[in-house]
Design a protein around this ligand. Structure first.
Ligand SMILES: [Zn+2]
Length: 145
């Protein structure tokens, strides 16, 4: 990642939004400040949100946000196979916080189990931690940086 791709976040206004082109006129937005993402294709009437939201947790749909340009923002969910997962957590959309969970290596025995087929790591429930509104702290916890 290079810093020259960082710009002002159209959603939260911070200067830590990672902006990368999808094509000549459209960009992708990934904000380290608010932990939300979108792209210039994700606008009402131009994008199949129904299909997209099928895979999302209810909470992610509840907290979606629309900016002045009509782009729909969703919380980021990071899943790094050999490090862990960062996700938005909470019981209601009014009370959300970032959580992270690390992975641990599978034992030789576990590697034989069908549910772990082809995997080297599994989530370690004991490592679950919450970080309030601090998305970057949660990413740092799983060793992203
Ligand atoms: Zn932001």
């Amino acid at each position: 990642m290079t810093n020259d791709k960082l710009g002002i976040c159209p959603k939260c206004g911070c200067d830590g939004c990672y902006i990368t082109p999808i094509n000549e006129t459209k960009n992708n937005y990934f904000c380290w400040g608010c932990g939300f993402q979108t792209n210039d294709l994700m606008k009402e009437g131009e994008f199949d949100f129904e299909a997209y939201e099928e895979t999302l947790p209810e909470l992610y749909k509840d907290v979606r946000d629309i900016d002045e340009q009509g782009r729909v923002w969703y919380p980021i969910s990071l899943n790094i196979p050999d490090r862990g997962t960062v996700f938005l957590n909470g019981k209601t959309s009014e009370d959300t916080f970032w959580s992270a969970i690390k992975v641990i290596p599978l034992t030789e025995e576990e590697k034989q189990e069908p549910k772990y087929k082809g995997l080297t790591f599994k989530s370690d429930p004991k490592s679950l931690q919450s970080f309030g509104k601090d998305f970057i702290e949660a990413c740092d916890y799983i060793g992203l940086f």
